[in-house]
Structures are given as structure tokens and as C-alpha cells.
Design a protein around this ligand. Structure first.
Ligand code: B12
Length: 492
């Protein structure tokens, strides 16, 4: 297989985001979160620049073809000679479904990429028997080499199947200057279709998804990362992308998905200044976690002036012992100050926390709840989650060392973020349910004042009642018909 593939450069490449968003938000919901598949859009734009003759198509499986027939139609219509699939560990079954359909209905070479590869490595070839090639880590350079027909043994960053085994090549070098990467290929997705879906901030907008950095400097053991070092785009480069998306696609809502956007305060402020100076009317959503103890009141003020409406602070635990265990070592005092400051502004403020860490007792878990109780307001999104173990994370070993059952740990990686917990050696299932109940009673979905406050904040930053209804239908996992049903005083 390997010799044959390397002799045949590709002409038509189908890129598939293999996810099952129904599983993520709860299978019976009529509204799903769907986000432009950024990884594939980056791959396509880079490969198009290097190989202008190659035609690309991007589909998200649970949006374009949740049914097999739909995907077979796409294969028959496009006749790809390479199918590249992105997935994450949580969606292994969807990767398996797509791979088996490709093998049964086309001769295309099958390539997998995305976080699932680094997580599973060789095991992925066992789990997905049809898989021929997988790309670990950053994909742009590797994919171009592959599509040009270079011999597989010569391409750093690959794993591939031979007759009797899976070969793993050395890691590839990451692109040093990520300003040099072309912007993601928005022309290969349907921006209107994504507007009909819920965004990462649960609203229906023309979505601009921004990745302004790759990687992270912190070694948090619960986090999965397949980037090596940290690389930042310049403020000017990010601004140029914003301007292009705004002017070409009419996008005004920008969702930042960096691991930690505010890692470099100076760069953040420069970007805010550029947006302000251009007079762009836009909204910025920091949906994926800011680190509070390296930010400042000035950051918050300037972000708001530039259009920020959504701040998510990733705190994880209110216990210093757990901060040390997971190597996050957040300064909880400073974090409290910054979150409180942000909560006094007119913006959504989310505080993400977790429980169920190795060695965490009921008393330590309680400290997180009580820490949250000292903030001026509850987190707008009720995001207090039970820790999940995805393959490839350092915390898995910490849990094994603490005497956890590996099978139960494995099971958690198949659960959705809001599925119910299993119990740990130091925190019984009963205690875990108790924690969830207490969280929702004090800060979340069972607290009328918290929901009331959240609805008011959402309205004040421009959410329509329809968006709020859809958002809460997902959060509550049942269809809500009217905002009034959420409000204590009946609708205002
Ligand atoms: C945005 C995001 C989401 C979005 C969905 C985005 C999407 N389109 O799927 C939302 C909010 C819905 C989400 C939810 C979840 N997410 Co998420 N998410 C992210 C986040 C923050 C950014 C993803 C991204 O766009 N990265 C930027 C692109 C450029 O990187 P990339 O996708 O990795 O692509 C590069 C390479 O992987 C490679 N590549 C990718 N695909 C392919 C394909 C081929 C053929 C090739 C050759 C190469 C290749 O090339 C690309 C360019 O270099 C990442 C963290 C991160 N920083 O990456 C977590 C992350 C991917 N999510 C993760 C998880 C666990 C989840 C959840 C399961 C959480 C939960 N427990 O409920 C849910 C599941 C739902 C879902 N659909 O993903 C984990 C995955 C861990 C793992 N081992 O699989 C990550 C890594 C976070 C973490 N640090 O733990 N997520």
C-alpha cells in the first residue's frame, strides 16, 4: 500500500470532521452546537497554496451526513482520491463509521488527523481497521508532503500501516512562524449554514473562529495537547484575519479558541487597540479559557472597549492542594480579584471548574463550591464538570498511582461533558451527585436567581430570546419554549 500511494499524487481531497454533536449535547435535542472545523480549514488553505491543482471539499459528518446514505452520496458525487478525517478521542465511533464507509464505497486513501491520533497512536490502527495513514500533531506540512506523493517512510509526523505492522516516523517540526500560515479556508464551508447552528457561545451568528496561538506554556496534567511549544501570531496578523472575515463574509462575532489567549498581555492589548482604531463593530467571545492570574483589570477594560462580551476563566479547583496536584498552580487570590472585577462589567463571565480529581476528597471538592460562593455572581454557564480521562493526558498516571480502576477511567472518556459521574476511590458516586446538586442549587440551573441574572446579562449583550431559549434547551437538555419559563418574575 505505501509504495502504491506515494506514487500517486492526489487530485481531489475530501476532508471530514468526524463528530457526533448529538452525543455531545444530548441526543434528543433539536438544537446542536456546530463550529466551523478550523483544523481542516487550515489544512485546506495551506495545501491549496502549495498544490493549486488539487480540489478540496470539507464536510462535518454530524451536520452534512449523520446518515450513511448521505455520506455515500458525497463520496459518489465528489469521487475523492484521498479522504482526510479529523477527530477527537471522544468521537472514535464516528471516525470508525466514516472510515468503514470510505473503505466500502471508494478506493480513496484514508488518512486520519487531529487530537485522536496523538491520543491513540498505534492503537488507532487497531480500533479503525480500515485506516492506512495517520498524522500526529500539526498537519499542514505533513499533509502537503503526503498529497504530493512523497514516500511515506520519508515524511516526518506520520504513522502508517504496512503488511505486518504500524510504522511510526519521527515527529515533524512545527511551523515556527505561524503568521506565515494562510488564513483558514472559509470559502470551503457554508457560513450561512453555521449561522443556523449554535456557536461555542450558544448563539446563532455568522461565526468567525479564531486561533491566535498554538500550544501552551503550562503543564496542567488534565489537559490534552498535541502542540509542542507555544507559538503566537502577531496582533497585526490576527487583526488582518478579523478584517478579512468581517469585510468578505460579513462576520461580526469572533470566538477565540486558544488554549490561553491572554498568555502575552502586550499582544492582547495591541490587538484590542487595532480593533478599536479601525472602528469595527464586532463582538469577541473568549470561549475557551483565559488564565485569570496572568491578566489584569486593564486587559478587561481594553477587551470590553474592543467589543468583548464573553469571558471564560478556567479555574478548575478552589483548593491549593489540587492546583498543585494538577500542576496548574493558579493564584486563587488574584483569580478571585480579576473574576470579581469582570463580573462587575456588562459581559458574560463564565468560571469553569471541575471535581473528581485523583485523591480529591469531599472536603477538597467542597472548597471549590465554597470558593465559587465567594464570587460576586455565579458563573453564567453552569460549568462544573466531572473530570474525564482522555488517552494521552498525564493525569491518567496520577489516577493509576492513586489506585483508580483503569477500566472505569477509560469509560469516562466516552461520556459527554454533562453525563453523570461514576465515583472514585476518594469520592463516592453519591458524593459526586451531591456536588452536582449543590452546584446547581447554589449557582446553576436549579437556582432561579442565577438563571434570572444570566438571562438579563445575555439580553444586555444582544442575545435574542430565541437564542436564549435554544441555549437553555441545550443546558437543561429539554426543550424550553419561552424565555418567560426561565425567569422568576415571568419574562422581563
Ligand atoms: C474548539 C474546540 C471545541 C469545539 C468544537 C470544535 C470542532 N470543530 O470540533 C467544542 C466547544 C464544541 C468542543 C467540544 C468538545 N471538545 Co474540544 N476543543 C476545541 C479546541 C479548543 C480547539 C480546536 C481547534 O480548532 N484547534 C485548532 C486546530 C487548528 O487544531 P486541530 O484541530 O488540532 O488541527 C490540526 C492538527 O490536529 C492536524 N489535523 C487535524 N485534522 C486533521 C486531519 C488530517 C487528515 C490531517 C492530515 C491533519 C489533521 O492539522 C491541523 C492543523 O495543524 C481544542 C483545544 C485545542 N487547542 O486544539 C479542544 C479539544 C479538541 N476538545 C477536546 C474535548 C475533550 C472536547 C469534548 C469531548 C469535551 C467534553 N468532555 O465534552 C467536547 C466534544 C465535542 C466536539 N465536537 O469536539 C480535547 C480533545 C482531547 C482528545 N484527546 O481527543 C481538546 C484537545 C481540548 C483538551 N485540551 O483537552 N471543542
Amino acid at each position: 500500500m505505501s509504495a502504491c500511494y506515494s506514487a500517486k499524487p492526489a487530485a481531489r481531497v475530501l476532508l471530514v470532521e468526524a463528530n457526533n454533536m448529538g452525543k455531545w449535547v444530548g441526543t434528543t435535542m433539536p438544537y446542536e452546537v456546530h463550529i466551523p472545523p478550523l483544523g481542516l480549514m487550515y489544512l485546506a488553505s495551506y495545501a491549496r497554496r502549495a498544490l493549486p491543482g488539487v480540489e478540496f471539499r470539507i464536510v462535518e459528518s454530524s451536520l452534512a451526513c449523520p446518515d450513511n446514505e448521505g455520506f455515500i452520496r458525497i463520496l459518489n458525487d465528489f469521487q475523492p482520491d484521498v479522504v482526510g478525517i479529523r477527530s477527537i478521542a471522544f468521537f472514535l465511533e464516528e471516525l470508525q463509521r466514516i472510515a468503514s464507509l470510505v473503505r466500502a464505497h471508494s478506493d480513496a486513501t484514508l488518512v486520519a488527523g487531529g487530537p485522536i491520533v496523538q491520543a491513540y497512536k498505534h492503537l488507532l490502527f487497531h480500533e479503525v481497521p480500515e485506516l492506512e495513514i495517520a498524522v500526529k500533531g500539526e498537519g499542514e506540512k505533513v499533509f502537503v508532503d503526503l498529497l504530493s506523493g512523497a514516500p511515506l517512510s520519508s515524511i516526518a509526523g506520520l504513522l502508517y500501516r504496512t503488511d505486518d505492522r504500524v510504522v511510526e516516523n519521527e515527529d515533524q517540526l512545527e511551523v515556527a512562524d505561524i503568521d506565515s500560515l494562510p488564513f483558514p479556508a472559509y470559502d470551503l464551508i457554508d457560513v450561512d449554514q453555521y449561522q443556523g447552528q449554535l456557536s461555542y457561545a450558544y448563539n446563532h451568528r455568522r461565526q468567525g473562529v479564531l486561533l491566535t496561538s498554538r500550544g501552551c506554556v503550562y503543564p496542567c496534567t488534565f489537559c490534552f495537547s498535541h502542540w509542542k511549544g507555544i507559538r503566537l501570531r502577531s496582533a497585526a496578523n490576527v487583526f488582518e484575519e478579523i478584517k478579512e472575515l468581517h469585510d468578505k463574509h460579513g462576520i461580526q462575532d469572533f470566538y477565540v479558541v486558544d488554549d490561553i489567549f491572554n498568555i502575552d498581555l502586550k499582544r492582547s492589548l495591541e490587538l484590542f487597540d487595532l480593533i478599536l482604531a479601525a472602528g469595527l463593530e464586532l463582538r469577541l467571545y473568549f470561549v475557551n479559557g483565559l488564565r485569570a492570574d496572568i491578566t489584569s483589570e486593564k486587559f478587561v477594560d481594553r477587551a470590553l472597549a474592543a467589543g468583548a462580551v464573553w469571558f471564560t476563566y478556567a479555574v478548575e479547583s478552589g483548593a491549593d492542594e489540587i492546583q498543585r496536584l494538577v500542576k496548574k498552580r493558579l493564584d486563587l487570590e488574584k483569580t478571585r480579584r480579576i473574576i470579581a472585577y469582570t463580573q462587575h462589567q456588562n459581559a458574560v463571565v463564565n468560571v469553569s471548574t471541575m471535581y473528581g480529581f485523583p485523591t480529591e476528597t469531599r472536603e477538597l471538592a467542597q472548597r471549590t463550591l465554597d470558593w465559587l460562593g465567594e464570587l460576586p455572581k455565579p458563573s453564567l454557564l453552569p460549568y462544573h464538570f466531572c473530570l474525564r480521562f482522555f488517552p494521552g493526558c498525564a493525569i491518567n498516571q496520577q489516577a493509576l498511582d492513586a489506585g483508580w480502576d483503569p477500566e472505569r477511567m477509560g469509560l469516562t472518556s466516552r461520556f459527554s461533558y454533562n453525563d453523570m459521574p461514576l465515583g472514585t476511590p476518594t469520592l463516592s458516586k453519591h458524593d459526586m451527585y451531591g456536588i452536582q446538586l449543590e452546584y446547581h442549587r447554589r449557582f446553576g440551573l436549579s437556582n432561579p436567581a442565577a438563571v434570572d441574572g444570566a438571562v438579563r446579562t445575555l439580553r444586555s449583550i444582544g442575545y435574542s430570546d430565541m437564542e436564549i431559549v435554544h441555549m437553555y434547551s441545550v443546558l437543561k437538555r429539554k426543550v424550553i419554549h419561552d424565555v418567560g419559563d426561565l425567569m422568576t418574575a415571568g419574562g422581563n
